[in-house]
Structure formats: structure tokens, C-alpha cells
Design a protein around this ligand. Structure first.
Ligand SMILES: C[S@@+](CC[C@H](N)C(=O)[O-])C[C@H]1O[C@@H](n2cnc3c(N)ncnc32)[C@H](O)[C@@H]1O
Length: 329
């Protein structure tokens, strides 16, 4: 057994993650043989393998992930595709730079399947879960890239009441955000909040979310995870990067798992699809705005009932897709 009480594992053989909305993603990417696609969240390589199959025999896939475990699993999974798969431990916030450095721009498709993988969620040592059976041994880590940066425990130890409140409000939409922020600052003076169990204890003692259907820790953990990994900022930059490297007619596909992410995707695509940003009262357009996107999913695509039944993690998934418009002539 490892320090976390879990059996030791080899990452690639044990990486379990069922790709979500797989058929729908491939359809929206509208792939053809020879296409060059960026998978900004390659994870265990489920989507990536299917993309490489569809783009055979000459297509290329650039797969990015911040998580070294994910990349190791993807490397094994994508080995049969040999030199058609290019993997890098990078954040998709930098995808334009990475793709240009590899000399693959412009590309035909970009996929972002956001959030964490089942593998990350299932391994208590990564700190993304708060289930009672492992909470005492779950360090408050939550970093996708464990090679650097602050852990959730470090953030919780140094943040002010105002910062904590802001994260819980903005990233968790948590009722009682201020109460919890104050409770954390009071509790950490008594003993460090180092494990999931320590944090759940503070949440419960503060009476957050009493009587609600979901465990209140769900929103608190979501908020801290977003703060630790700066996830929403990465998404904003990743969407900008996708617009920079897609060829005209190339497709962007984004799968979001909570409303904050989905809202950003919806608004950025909608803004990018506008051909005029003049004030509504202005009679003649003077802005020369050039639209970047044509949104191809009027409403977000949701998993079919069968997929939801087979994979509970698919239930919250929302897919949006857009086509890169040509630069103005
Ligand atoms: C839902 S999983 C992707 C699963 C993948 N589509 C598959 O089929 O196996 C999300 C992955 O995105 C990674 N990730 C999250 N934010 C990232 C970022 N800013 N840059 C790169 N990878 C990121 C996570 O580490 C995780 O492996």
C-alpha cells in the first residue's frame, strides 16, 4: 500500500477514463484523412485515439495535458500511431505557442474536454475528492500539474477571508461563501487544514449547505480546484489561442462540465460571432468588427440517455462547437 492507503499502481495500465460525447465530438470536428488536430486536454487519450483513427493515414494529433500521469497514459495508448501523435506537458492556455513551435499551424481542429479525468478524481492522493472513506488520507492538493505551484492546502493556509469568499462565490456559487471563509480562517488558527477530512469538518461545523441535495463540499472543492489551477483564465486564453491557430473553416469543440465553464464558452463564441459591436442606438456601423466564429451548436449538445446511464460523469457535459471564419479580405 502507498502512503495514501492505496495500492501502488502503474499509471498507464490503470488509467481509467471513458471519453465523454465521443461520437458527437468527432462529428463536430468534421474530420477527414490527413487533418491536423489539437487535443488540448489529452487525458488518457480516449478522444485522441479516435481522432487519430479518423484522420489516418496521414493526420497528426498534438496532445497537451498539464498532468504528467495523463501524458504517460496517453503515450502508451497512442503508441500505435507512432509519429502521428505529438504529446507535450503544457497547459492549453499556451496552445497557440506550442502548435507554432511544433510548426503545425494552421490546424484543422481543436478539442478541449475540460475539467478533471476520472483517473484524477479516483486517486485520493491527488486531492480532488472528499468521499468519507478516503478523506482522512486525502491531502488537499488538487494541482493538475504536480511539478510546481501552490496546493489547495497552501492556498487555504494563506488566503485572506476576502480571497476565500471571492473564490467560493465566483468559482463555487456557494451560498454562505463569507461564513465559510471566516470559519476557515478561524479553524486554521487552531490546526492546519491539510486534508479533505479537515476541510469537510470545517464546512459541516459552519453549517454550510445544510438540507441541500448535494454535499456542500462539492461546490467548495470545485471552487478551490478552479483557484489552484487558474482554470477559468486558462480557458479564456485557450479559446483565444484556438482562434489564432485554426485555419478558416477549422472547427473548435469544447466540452464543459459545469455552468461557469459553459458560460465562458457560450459568451466567448457568441461575442466572436458578432459582426458589429457598435452601440444598438447607433444608426450606421462604424466598428469594422470582423467575426471570428460561426457557432454551429445553437444549443449545447448533451449526452444521450444511454451514455448518461453508463457513465455518470457524462451527466453534466455540455458540448459547444464553432467554425473559424476567414479573416476579412
Ligand atoms: C476530462 S479529462 C480529458 C479526457 C480525455 N478527453 C480522454 O478521452 O481521455 C480533462 C484533462 O484535461 C487536463 N487539463 C485540465 N486543464 C488543463 C489545461 N489548462 N491544460 C492542459 N490540460 C488540462 C486534465 O489534467 C485532464 O487530464
Amino acid at each position: 500500500m502507498g502512503a495514501s492507503g492505496e495500492a501502488p499502481h502503474t499509471v498507464s495500465s490503470n488509467f481509467k477514463h471513458e471519453p465523454v460525447l465521443l461520437v458527437e465530438s468527432l462529428d463536430q470536428l468534421a474530420l477527414s484523412p490527413g487533418a491536423v488536430v489539437v487535443d488540448g486536454t489529452v487525458g488518457g487519450g480516449g478522444h485522441a485515439a479516435a481522432i487519430l483513427e479518423r484522420t489516418a493515414p496521414t493526420g497528426h494529433l498534438i496532445g497537451l495535458d498539464r498532468d504528467a500521469d495523463a501524458l504517460e497514459a496517453a503515450r502508451t495508448r497512442l503508441a500505435p500511431f507512432a509519429e502521428r501523435a505529438h504529446l507535450a506537458q503544457e497547459s492549453f492556455r499556451d496552445l497557440a505557442r506550442v502548435v507554432r513551435d511544433l510548426d503545425f499551424a494552421p490546424v484543422d481542429g481543436v478539442l478541449l474536454d475540460l475539467g478533471v479525468s476520472s483517473h484524477q478524481l479516483d486517486r485520493a492522493a491527488r486531492g480532488f475528492r472528499f468521499g468519507a472513506e478516503t478523506a482522512a488520507d486525502t491531502p488537499l492538493d488538487m494541482r493538475m500539474d504536480t511539478s510546481g505551484g501552490e496546493t489547495a492546502a497552501e492556498l487555504v493556509a494563506r488566503a485572506t477571508v476576502e480571497q476565500l469568499e471571492e473564490w467560493f462565490r465566483a468559482y463555487g456559487e456557494l451560498p454562505g461563501a463569507r461564513r465559510l471563509a471566516r470559519a476557515i480562517v478561524a479553524a486554521r488558527d487552531e490546526r492546519p487544514i491539510a486534508t479533505a477530512a479537515n476541510l469537510v469538518d470545517v464546512i459541516e461545523r459552519a453549517g454550510i449547505g445544510r438540507g441541500r441535495r448535494h454535499h456542500p463540499a462539492t461546490l467548495v472543492f470545485q471552487a478551490l480546484r478552479i483557484a489552484v489551477n487558474d482554470e477559468l483564465e486558462a480557458l479564456e486564453r485557450g479559446l483565444e489561442g484556438a482562434a489564432q491557430i485554426l485555419r478558416p473553416g477549422g472547427r473548435l469543440v469544447v466540452i464543459a462540465y459545469h455552468s461557469l465553464e459553459d458560460r465562458i464558452v457560450k459568451h466567448r463564441l457568441r461575442e466572436g460571432a458578432r459582426s458589429c459591436t457598435c452601440p444598438p442606438a447607433q444608426p450606421v456601423c462604424t466598428c469594422d468588427t470582423v467575426p471570428v466564429w460561426r457557432v454551429v451548436t445553437r444549443r449545447p449538445v448533451r449526452p444521450a440517455t444511454d451514455e448518461e446511464r453508463a457513465n455518470p460523469r457524462a451527466r453534466s457535459a455540455r458540448l459547444r462547437a464553432a467554425l473559424r471564419l476567414p479573416e476579412a479580405a
